[in-house]
Structures are given as structure tokens and as C-alpha cells.
Design a protein around this ligand. Sequence first.
Ligand code: GAR
Length: 192
Amino acid sequence: KIKLGVLGSGSGSNMQAILDAIEAGTLNAEIVLVLSDNPDAYILERAEKAGIPARVIDCAGYKTRFPDASQAAVAAELKAAGVEMVCLAGFMRLVKQAMLDVFPNKILNIHPSLLPAYPGLMAWKQAVEDGAKESGCTVHYVDAGMDTGPIILQARVPVFSDDTAETLHARIQEQEHQLYPKAINLALGRPA
Ligand code: GAR
């Protein structure tokens, strides 16, 4: 049973999908720690409801930066909790070398586009504004770039002419929830 740590900034629906897969027996894992940079994030409540230790990351007052000292502290905390693989699930700060050094090739991210298309923020909105006919989601290994690491798995969704950013994001999220547990299995060398 692999021990997972999850980092998120928002609703945590992807973490919930991981929990559901564990519950359903399709992912042999355990989430041992949830960390959020946003004290108001619903992911913290979800963790609490599931009886998983959850804490707020101290980012020294920075709104979007994730300072090196915070990264080192987070990495140490994950290690101390026995975390073997880190899953970014709607985590909105850039993970850098201080964490990568502690978890080499062991940090995964889910991104709401078919990378390398639309990296960065609100990828679903970028796709709609760009007039894309298709988008989707990607689970990839995190490297030092922004949404650039090796791709593990992708899922496609159509973009319809009457889609708004919200309707497209909802369609992408349905796929994300299927994709993330499968990608974790693949990253562990197990069948998806
Ligand atoms: C997800 O759609 C995820 O792909 C996206 O944030 C959402 C979080 O939802 N991540 C990014 O945009 C990362 N740059 P959730 O909190 O319900 O899992």
C-alpha cells in the first residue's frame, strides 16, 4: 500500500476521486497527509471528514509564490509522515527544486488541458477563448518547469461551440476524476 501525500488549493474533488478509488479497491494506496496553501480550501474539510491529517502550508504571506524555505519544510513534513508519492491536486503554486530533490520522479500533477497545450492558469478558459475543438486533462510527472514534465496519461473531451469556461471545466473534471487514480497506478508500474 503506497503512502500518498496530497497538496491542493481548492475544492479537492480530485483528492476525493483518489479516495473513492482507494475505497473501491481500484487503487492500493493510502492518503496519509493533505496540505493546502489556502486555509479556506474545501480540500481541508474533505480530509478532515475522511479522518486524514491535514494542515495549512506557511507561505510566508506570499499570495502566489512558494518560497524555497516553505518547499523544504513541506518536503520534510511529507517525508516525516512516510509519504512515498506526492499528488498535486489543484495545487496552484509552482513546486521547485527543494521538493523535487526530496521526491525525485515521485511528484505527480493533474492539469486541465491536453499538455503541452494551455499550460498555466485556467487552462479550460484558455481553450474556450482559443476556439479549441478539443481539450482534456493530463497527469504528468512534475519537473522544474511549469506543467512540462513527462506525461503519464491523458483524456480527451470535445469542446462545443456553446461551451463556456464553466461547462468545459465541468466536462474536463469528470475525466480528471477517472484519470488520476489510473495514472497513479501507471506511475507505480501497476496496470491502470
Ligand atoms: C482541477 O481541474 C485541476 O486540474 C486544476 O484545478 C482544478 C482543481 O479541482 N489544476 C490546475 O489548474 C493546476 N494548474 P479540485 O480542487 O476539485 O481537484
